[in-house]
Design a protein. Sequence first.
Length: 561
Amino acid sequence: MAAAALAVLLASASCTPPPPAAPETSSSAATPSPTPSTRQQRSTTAPPPPATPPKTAAGKGAAPLGWGPQQRDQDAAAAAVKRMTLSEKAGQVLLPFYTGLRHETQAATVERLHLAGSIIMGDNVPRNSAGLVDVRGMAAATRRLGEASRSGGRTWTGLIAVDQEGGMVSRLGAPLTRWPAPMSYGAARSVPLATEAGKALAGELAALGFTVDFAPTADTTVGPADPTIGARSMSSDPAAAGNLSVGFSRGMLAAGVLSSVKHFPGHGSVTVDSHKDLPVQKATAAQLKARDWKPFQAAIAAGSPMIMTGHIAVPALEPGVPASLSKASYAALRGMGFKGVAVTDALNMKAVSARYPRGSEAPAALAAGADLLLMPADVNAAHAAIVNAVAAGKLPLPRLEEAARRVVTMMIWRARTDARQHRPAPGSAETLSAKVSAAAVTVLSGPCRGPLVPGRLRLSGGTALDRAYFAAAARDAGITLGAGPLVSLIGYGGAPAGGDIAVALDAPWPLARSSAPTKVALFGRTPGAFKALLAVLAGKAAAPGKLPAAVGPYRQGSGCR
């Protein structure tokens, strides 16, 4: 029933052919949730062409601003913000979370504090008795929150957001399409594929009423020393990470969903998880420009409307202060040419909440240069702190108004252009997800041709759901379980494995010390990923992927030739 309801929602969405895609972006350093294209172009080095805004009548109002919106959107936002009270301006820069299924209570808070909208986390997702997403209930919740964001005379739908990257960070599960880890795009080495995937993923979100997805991650991972990003990164190569994340973002915007490139100044090269404490990035500014900042520079060049700042202290910029609250960090971001909305990572994370109590992080982030404040620990306290800081002269009113104008400009632009977007056909996203995994599966060691197992095998490791997906794919591939070579599945954060064939389902790092002679990086644990794996094991398909990051002795680019 849930799948049928999703199909109805998708079918009822706009099917108008889209104009050329507007410049796009690609959210929050989210904790892992427990929960290819027919044109296989193998290129991540050539930058994608600049995104093109929708065609409009010529004139001053149609002039682009360099980050998606046009002059008319900014003019409308300026007029709207000018009419707002101080309380309303403070609300427009806040994007809160809530607990449980109290959608109506949250809608009332959005109305009372004039908030920009709300983010949906895993515990806010209604589910049926089978544990599947209740898509009608989810659509009803986003619709109510959207109505609340339009209260007080606002004519645009606000920011109804979610973290849906694919892989471990996926707040919404089945019957929505399950996507492999973002590192799959780096292994597949195809920008067009990443664009199609971004469009398909966002299309399903748009059909449920979401207007923002805090994805993709543009961080370049340094490997197993990176405890937070891992397979959420598309590549350890800055150029590839930039081109792939820009491509993915372009697809998201084509489906009418705002994306947010994250996490400036780069979370993939620090060794502390900002959910738990404040990481310190010891690189110099020159080193950051040569590595971590390159994907963000690519996003800015492509006209990305939103970039997320991470909770990472950079002594080369401002010692001891998270970038999300650092004036020097925002100056560096703006100095790269960014004109869009700078959104903080979730402000309830330990890197910030342990240092800025009782809502004090909100005016501090705004004063530093943030425009949109994501998930303050207490939105009521944050709102009051902003109002009081302005009244006391500690936060300049023009700075708050500038932030509100940027956020409102982005919302007005998205609302104006959304009606001309189109959604993917029901079922097409699932097919595309499987193609991504088929293009990404990588053999690090072992035979590159022919069957890897003799028609039968034994299985160990993974979750019960992993093993069920594996068994179903094995039946389809004509492989019997219960005897033969041992295939060991390594899940998220798993240890190295023995046996005959070791398969990493998330980040490939455990393969470096696995004793199995044949090593396979799958980068996903979806039904389509296991289908791709079994096709390779049975010798019915090649493994075309290449390592997007070094794994012990296996260099980046390793794989079957």
